[in-house]
Design a protein around this ligand. Structure first.
Ligand SMILES: O=C(O)CCC(=O)C(=O)O
Ligand SMILES: [Fe+2]
Length: 312
């Protein structure tokens, strides 16, 4: 079992053949995942099953998508807040993001619907490759969540219902190279509203995360290394045990940067898991509608204000 440590952040090999529920390997990986999420709110995953050929196609397709005219990218693709095109924000002028609302767990129709809006005459190659990649990322997401649930020794049925109520959004990002007079901030420090955000870079660095110590570290941009960040929803679900990982994007290279990610939300309410509430750990947070929270946090600028929103 791989437990190589990068800046004290473990790397879990999800393709390890011995990684099966009930084994010693599973148990030790689940403890690593739990402690990594409680301390720094993130860990790395390697998955040799994700063929580089698919990753390369997906990054090439993401570039094609961003090359479309602005009015095409800005078309309405989802009713959910932020599950669509974002760009032209004067606070982060280098940044562009575009989302595919998967409308539940992996859903070929949703990808097709998105592709038909962007390319009205159809684009089967886009649908095929994105669908394959999303499926692999979803497998990573669900295995990582099961490892976490087992580390807390939780009831399987209630955890299954959390997985079933997941709504994924697959997003691509593009960052311009800053001009001489421009700031190199790609994205300001923030936590995500998600349970997990699984991020993949494409050889151009930029993603930085804040450790518990307060130190910011830059994440290796290799496309074969995925980073899983815990977001606000897991902090609330875990009754404050899990840290929502603060991160930002800083463009330090003279190259356009592309990244992609799978983000998990709840199509119902986000609430604290009952088994994680007891006399020693009284309930800290109120339940909330995930999409209302996403919409609300857009109106609030400070991270401190955001983390107080769901406190009782
Ligand atoms: O581009 C990246 O690597 C990070 C994107 C991100 O943090 C976000 O969209 O919330
Ligand atoms: Fe983020």
């Amino acid at each position: 079992m791989s437990s190589q440590v990068t800046f004290h952040i473990p790397v879990i090999d999800l393709t390890d053949e011995n990684l099966k529920p009930g084994t010693e390997t599973w148990f030790s990986a689940s403890q690593l995942v739990r402690s990594a999420l409680e301390v720094n709110g993130c860990f790395f995953v390697t998955n040799n099953k994700v063929p580089m050929e698919i990753c390369n196609s997906v990054f090439a397709l993401s570039k094609e998508l961003f090359d479309l005219p602005l009015h095409t990218k800005k078309q309405k693709v989802s009713d959910k807040p932020n599950f669509y095109y974002l760009g032209g924000n004067p606070r982060v002028p280098l940044y562009e993001g575009i989302g595919i609302d998967l409308d539940g767990p992996s859903n070929e129709e949703a990808i097709q619907k998105f592709a038909n809006i962007m390319w009205p005459s159809g684009y089967d190659h886009f649908c095929e490759k994105i669908n394959l990649h999303v499926k692999l990322l979803e497998e990573i997401d669900q295995t990582a969540k099961r490892l976490l649930f087992d580390a807390y020794g939780l009831d399987k049925n209630s955890c299954d219902s959390l997985l079933e109520s997941t709504n994924y959004v697959f997003r691509g990002f593009k960052y311009l190279v800053p001009q001489k007079t421009q700031s190199n901030i790609g994205l300001v420090p923030h936590t995500d509203s998600t349970y997990f955000s699984i991020l993949q870079q494409n050889n151009v660095a930029g993603l930085e995360i804040k450790l518990k110590t307060g130190e910011w570290i830059s994440i290796d941009p290799s496309p074969s290394l995925f980073i899983i960040l815990a977001g606000d929803a897991f902090k609330v679900w875990s009754n404050g045990r899990i840290t929502a990982c603060e991160h930002k994007v800083i463009i330090r290279e003279e190259k356009e940067r592309y990244s992609i990610g799978l983000f998990s939300f709840n199509s119902r309410m986000v609430q604290t898991h009952e088994e994680l509430i007891d006399e020693d750990h009284p309930r800290l947070y109120r339940a909330f509608d995930h999409y209302e929270f996403v919409a609300f946090r857009d109106t609030v600028k400070s991270q401190t204000e955001i983390s107080k929103i769901f406190l009782l």
